[in-house]
Design a protein around this ligand. Structure first.
Ligand SMILES: Cc1cc2nc3c(=O)[nH]c(=O)nc-3n(C[C@H](O)[C@H](O)[C@H](O)COP(=O)(O)OP(=O)(O)OC[C@H]3O[C@@H](n4cnc5c(N)ncnc54)[C@H](O)[C@@H]3O)c2cc1C
Length: 309
């Protein structure tokens, strides 16, 4: 039996696994094949910007970033664009621009040997069996089970672990769409774009080497594709030449306005990172929250698994 099984090897799950220490027997699993270095292909839908809070957490962990996770250009200015008035402003803010897939794999490469890992494993659900939690997953085409004292849901915005805890209030849900465009010159800003006809949250443009990433968080249940098309049309109208579209990805994004819908879990099931709803309701930055919530749980587990919540 494991002390801790972690579902999800994103920044929250891999950080907790790294901090588990020697006393606890841990298993981490993820549906992504995170055990290999990134060689292109599917990329997690993310802006890949490490904001100052995330940088501070990396420094607290004593971690420096390897060159292999960096992408260009590095960003120290935010350009805000109001599509209604046409006004633009700049303010200084420093972001480290990374390849999100390479970043996640680098975090996973730091896991200590004593933590078991299963990559390409799909978590199905859990149930209480006597004093333990029984975890079901598919690995290598086979349905498998494992017992644990504590189950940690670090499985992101669409957390199946959280769903298994039953209905409860969740943060407001958005659809995040991102489209990649080939450009000849990278734009040296992170642009935050505002227009209530598109979203009450915001849209963004992020340069990634010779690509420009255009994204928006649009309220779920609205005509997301039409609103995204309107965003591109309005950006074009403001003189932004978006170039050739290369690919588009979509995912779910939570927005815990006034902390609504945050959950720590219940009993022996604990939630961290975006599974718990931890993401900035103003900027959608979540990597620092993933780090912080993993650190908080690791500290609580240091005192033992009993009553960890
Ligand atoms: C479009 C977009 C752009 C963003 N840009 C930024 C940004 O620039 N900077 C920033 O700080 N934050 C950004 N965020 C937020 C950030 O991506 C998340 O807050 C952060 O990734 C949360 O980390 P996590 O470890 O909690 O979850 P995740 O990173 O989502 O990791 C969850 C993991 O669980 C795995 N998983 C899920 N379900 C299962 C299952 N059933 N079985 C097995 N594995 C499973 C997934 O494969 C994944 O690896 C963005 C979010 C979106 C949607």
């Amino acid at each position: 039996m494991y002390d801790v099984i972690i579902i999800g090897g994103g920044p929250a799950g891999s950080t907790l696994a790294r901090l588990l220490g020697d006393r606890l027997k841990g298993l981490i699993l993820d549906q992504r094949d995170l055990g290999r270095s990134f060689a292109g292909g599917f990329e997690k839908c993310c802006g890949g910007l490490l904001a100052p809070d995330a940088q501070e957490m990396l420094a607290r962990f004593g971690l420096g970033l390897p060159k292999s996770v960096l992408t260009g250009p590095q960003l120290f200015a935010v350009r805000t664009i109001d599509l209604v008035s046409g006004q633009q402003r700049y303010y200084p803010r420093n972001y480290i621009n990374v390849s999100r897939e390479a970043f996640d794999r680098w975090l996973v490469s730091l896991l200590p040997q004593q933590v078991d890992s299963l990559w390409g494993a799909n978590f199905l659900g859990f149930s209480q069996v006597s004093e333990a939690v029984e975890v079901s997953y598919i690995y290598g085409g086979q349905r498998q089970k494992a017992l644990t004292r504590i189950l940690v849901g670090a499985d992101g915005a669409l957390s199946r672990v959280r769903a298994g805890l039953g209905p409860g209030s969740k943060p407001r849900s958005y659809v995040a769409l991102q489209e990649w465009f080939e450009v000849s010159e990278p734009m040296p800003y992170f642009s935050a774009v505002f227009d209530p006809a598109i979203t009450d949250f915001y849209a963004w443009m992020i340069p990634k080497n010779q690509m420009l990433l255009v994204g928006a968080a649009i309220p779920a249940g609205t005509d997301v594709l039409a609103r995204f098309a309107l965003l591109k049309q309005k950006l074009h109208g403001q003189g932004f030449d978006l170039g050739n579209s290369v690919r588009r990805r979509g995912t779910s994004l939570l927005r815990p306005l006034a902390g609504h819908g945050l959950s720590r879990g219940a009993g022996q099931v604990v939630l961290i990172g975006e599974a718990a709803g931890w993401v900035s309701p103003s900027s959608a930055e979540g990597i620092s929250y993933a780090f912080r919530s993993a650190l908080a749980l690791a500290r609580a587990l240091d005192k033992g698994c009993e009553g960890v919540l």
